[in-house]
Ligand binder design. Structure first.
Ligand SMILES: Cc1cc2nc3c(=O)[nH]c(=O)nc-3n(C[C@H](O)[C@H](O)[C@H](O)COP(=O)(O)OP(=O)(O)OC[C@H]3O[C@@H](n4cnc5c(N)ncnc54)[C@H](O)[C@@H]3O)c2cc1C
Length: 290
């Protein structure tokens, strides 16, 4: 199918883009990589009267170390995140994850700002935002606001970004010293959206977990941090009894729907299997064994 007719502008500054979006009065859409927006327009799920192409706004395209963490411009491509040595040094779990996002051609165009604003429940970057405790900056004629990741993902395909706002940057705070991390997903084919995925960040001191983050996606309308499962692992050793308890807590916390690709029961089973594996891998990495 073809999209409905629309007007197109390609500003070179953020101020011009903000003004164009405001002038569209709710009927404009930002286009970044276009990898989700264009299919939705072609299917006529969206019919904006104005497209504001932000690809020439250089001030949105940056990646820099900041206080041991990262500042990431909204226009940073998936492929840049995947291949950046700085990302790999500071957030190896992000490097590990990015290879699972779609296919190389899509990763060459798709952007972090577009992925998180689109908020697909089975997308990897929204889960990473929760796991890495991201803060997301959005600007509009009303000013600038910073949104914490748990407040950002509202529902399936719905983020907290308002119709006159542009996401400009994502800040990832430094990980705790000595943190181990890991990510795994299951998809039916390489490059497909995941049936389920789990990410973990943890620290270990004297054989016991001292900091635990467990995030999942593909098993609800939004990615989720599983605080009950995190509490089960905190202060414990990584033995089979504890892992069984973590897996049970993970499965108890999710209520996945079934669809053409997998039943809800299968997804719940899967997320437990992945959680066990990912906790073990992150633990080994925290202890320097991998
Ligand atoms: C075949 C296929 C397979 C895919 N598989 C996966 C996958 O496995 N995992 C995955 O995570 N993704 C997958 N994707 C999606 C891909 O990662 C997209 O690139 C991403 O979701 C959207 O990024 P984009 O930059 O292309 O955004 P766009 O398509 O340009 O925009 C998406 C939405 O975000 C808004 N937007 C974009 N940038 C901003 C901004 N800075 N401020 C405010 N609003 C903004 C747009 O208005 C639009 O509503 C797949 C896509 C395709 C076509």
């Amino acid at each position: 199918m073809k999209p409905s007719q629309f007007n197109y502008v390609r500003p070179t500054t953020l101020d011009e883009a903000i003004a164009a979006l405001a002038a569209a009065n709710g009927d404009g859409k930002i286009m970044a990589g276009g990898q989700s927006l264009m299919p939705m327009m072609n299917f006529r799920l969206l019919s904006p009267s104005l497209l504001i192409d932000i690809n020439r706004i250089k001030e949105l395209d940056f990646l820099e170390e900041h206080e041991g963490g990262l500042r990431i411009g909204a226009l940073t491509r998936h492929h840049t995140l995947e291949t950046s040595a700085t990302v790999n040094r500071l957030f190896p779990v992000l490097t590990e994850t990015m290879a699972h996002v779609a296919h190389l051609a899509i990763r060459n165009r798709g952007t972090i700002g577009g992925s998180i604003t689109h908020a697909d429940p089975a997308a990897e970057l929204p889960l990473m935002m929760l796991l890495l405790e991201a803060r997301i900056t959005a600007v509009s004629p009303r000013g600038k606001r910073v949104i914490e990741a748990p407040d950002f993902f509202v529902a399936a395909l719905t983020s907290d970004v308002q119709e006159d706002e542009i996401v400009t940057e994502i800040t990832l705070p430094a990980l705790p010293a000595g943190a181990g991390s890991a990510f795994e997903e299951v998809a039916r084919r390489s490059g497909d959206f995941a049936l389920a995925a789990v990410g973990v960040v943890l620290t270990v001191e004297q054989g016991r977990a001292t900091h635990v983050r467990i995030g999942v996606m593909g098993v609800g309308d939004t990615p989720m941090r599983l605080h009950d499962a995190e509490a089960v692992l905190m202060g414990q050793a990584c033995d089979e009894q504890t892992l069984d308890a973590v897996v049970a807590a993970v499965r108890a916390a999710v209520q996945p729907d079934g669809d053409l690709h997998a039943s809800g029961d299968y997804r719940r089973h899967l997320v437990g299997v992945l959680a066990r594996r990912v906790v073990k891998t992150a633990w080994s990495r925290a202890e320097g064994q991998v």
